[in-house]
Design a binder for this molecule. Structure first.
Ligand SMILES: *Cc1c(COP(=O)(O)O)cnc(C)c1O
Length: 391
C-alpha cells in the first residue's frame, strides 16, 4: 500500500463512527464486557483485544496500524516519547552480562541509557564510528547481543551502512535497532534493509506541530508481541488517546510538510554554501558530506535539518547571530511547523553528550514551513554578526 493510502484511510472504520472523517478519541481507561467468558478471552489476548488502555486503545490502534504499514513492519507500538521507544527496544533485548555496540554521536539520552543506566544492570556498551563497518565489526564481543544505529545522526548526520551491519549482525544472532526519526518512513525503511527494530521520536516530523511528545517502535509481529506482553505493559510508557489523535492529525499532512521542509532546507543550503560567513554545510544529501553516496543508496531524500559551521572562532558572535534571527526560534527539537536554530554553544558543556565535542561555531538549523524567501532573508541579516569581520 502506498503511503498516501495508509495515511488517509488504512485502519479507519468510518461506518462504526457515524461516517466521521476524523477518527474518534476513545478517551477511556478500561473496557466493559457482557460475559465473564468474553472478559477472560480479552485478558488472554490483550495484544489485540481491548481491556485497559495501558495495553490497547482503539484510537492508538489506528495509529499503530498506520505506522506499522508505513515502516513495512509486522506490527508496532506507540509510546509516550521517542525515549520510551528506545528504552523498550534496548531493554527488551539485553540481560545482565550482555554487551551492546552503539554508534558514536547518537541522540544524547540514548547515550545516557547505555553509559549511565544499563551498567547498573550489568550491561556494557562500546561506541564506534558508524561510517566504518569494519570498526563496528571489530567492536563485537562474544557477549554482544545488540547493535544500535542512528542513520543519520542528528547533529553531524553520520551515516551507517545498514544493509552491511544488518547482514553481519544476523550471522551472529545480534539484534539491530535503528533510530529513523530524521528520515521518517517516507524517506527510509530500515526493516527492508534487514534491521530488526526501528524506533522514532514521533515528536518530530510524524506529529509535526510541536504539540506532542510521542514515540514509535516497529518490528516483526513476533518481536512487537513479545515486547508488548512484557516491557510495554510493565513500563507503561503509553500515549494518551488524545496525543495519539493529534499524531493521526499530524500524519495526514506528513507528505506535504516533509516535502516543503526539505525543499526549503535545500534552498537555504544553496544560499548559505556560497556565503562568506559560512565555512561548511553538514547535510547528508550535500556532495561534501562523507556519507553522501551511502546516503543516496539507502535514503530517498534528505530532510529539513542540517548543520553549518560558521566562519568565526568567537562563540559570542555565534550567540549574537542566533539571537538576531527573527523567524527562526531558538529551541531544541525539530520537525514542527516552525523554523529553529540550536547552536552548539546553547548546550552546557556538561550536557550528557550531544554538546560535548561539537565545535562551538556549529549551529543546527531546521527549515520549517514558512516562506523560504523570508527564512533566507532572515539568515542573511543575522549573518552580518559573523560576516562583517570577514567580508
Ligand atoms: C528527539 C529525538 C529523540 C527523543 O525523542 P523524544 O520524543 O524527545 O523522547 C530520539 N532520537 C532522535 C534522533 C531525536 O531527534
Amino acid at each position: 500500500m502506498e503511503p498516501t493510502e495508509i495515511i488517509n484511510s488504512l485502519a479507519e472504520d468510518r461506518e462504526a463512527y457515524f461516517g466521521a472523517v476524523a477518527p474518534p478519541i476513545i478517551q477511556t481507561s478500561n473496557f466493559a464486557f457482557r460475559t465473564v467468558r468474553e472478559m477472560r478471552e480479552a485478558i488472554g489476548g490483550e495484544f489485540i483485544k481491548h481491556v485497559y488502555s495501558r495495553g490497547n486503545n482503539p484510537t492508538v490502534e489506528i495509529l499503530r496500524k498506520k505506522m506499522a504499514a508505513l515502516e513495512h513492519a509486522g506490527d508496532c507500538l506507540i509510546t509516550s516519547s521517542g525515549c520510551t521507544a528506545i528504552t523498550l527496544a534496548v531493554m527488551a533485548n539485553l540481560r545482565a552480562g550482555d554487551h551492546a555496540v552503539c554508534v558514536e554521536r547518537c541522540y544524547s539520552w540514548t547515550r545516557h541509557l547505555f553509559t549511565e543506566i544499563l551498567p547498573g544492570f550489568g550491561i556494557t556498551a562500546d561506541f564506534v564510528d558508524g561510517y566504518d563497518t569494519m570498526a563496528l565489526k571489530k567492536a563485537i564481543l562474544p557477549n554482544t547481543r545488540l547493535i544500535y544505529l542512528e542513520s543519520p545522526t542528528s547533529w553531524t548526520f553520520g551515516i551507517q551502512d545498514m544493509r552491511a551491519v544488518a547482514a553481519l549482525a544476523r550471522k551472529q544472532g545480534i539484534i539491530t535497532v535503528t533510530d529513523n526519526s530524521y528520515c521518517t518512513p517516507l524517506n527510509q525503511n530500515p526493516l527492508d534493509m534487514g534491521i530488526d527494530i526501528v524506533v522514532h521520536s514521533a515528536s518530530k516530523y510524524l506529529s509535526g506541530h510541536s504539540d506532542v511528545v510521542a514515540g514509535v517502535l516497529c518490528g516483526s509481529e513476533e518481536m512487537v508481541a513479545r515486547i508488548f506482553r512484557s516491557e510495554y505493559m510493565t513500563f507503561g510508557g503509553i500515549p494518551s488517546p488524545f496525543d495519539a489523535w493529534l499524531m493521526l492529525r499530524g500524519l495526514r499532512t506528513l507528505e506535504v510538510r516533509l516535502e516543503r521542509s526539505t525543499s526549503s532546507a535545500k534552498q537555504l543550503i544553496a544560499f548559505l554554501e556560497q556565503h562568506p560567513a559560512v565555512e561548511r554545510i553538514i547535510y547528508p544529501f550535500h556532495e561534501s558530506h562523507p556519507g553522501h553516496s551511502l546516503a543516496r543508496r539507502q535514503m530517498r531524500d534528505g530532510s529539513g535539518l542540517f548543520s553549518v559551521i560558521l566562519r568565526t572562532d568567537d562563540p559570542l558572535a555565534v550567540e549574537r547571530f542566533c539571537e538576531r534571527l527573527r523567524h527562526f526560534l531558538l529551541a531544541v527539537s525539530w520537525g514542527g511547523h516552525e523554523s529553529l536554530v540550536l547552536p552548539a554553544v546553547g548546550l552546557p558543556a556538561t550536557h550528557s553528550d550531544s554538546g560535548h565535542g561539537l565545535p562551538l561555531n556549529m549551529v543546527r538549523i531546521y527549515a520549517g514551513l514558512e516562506d523560504p524567501a523570508l527564512l533566507r532573508a532572515d539568515l542573511e541579516q543575522a549573518l552580518e554578526e559573523i560576516g562583517m569581520k570577514y567580508v
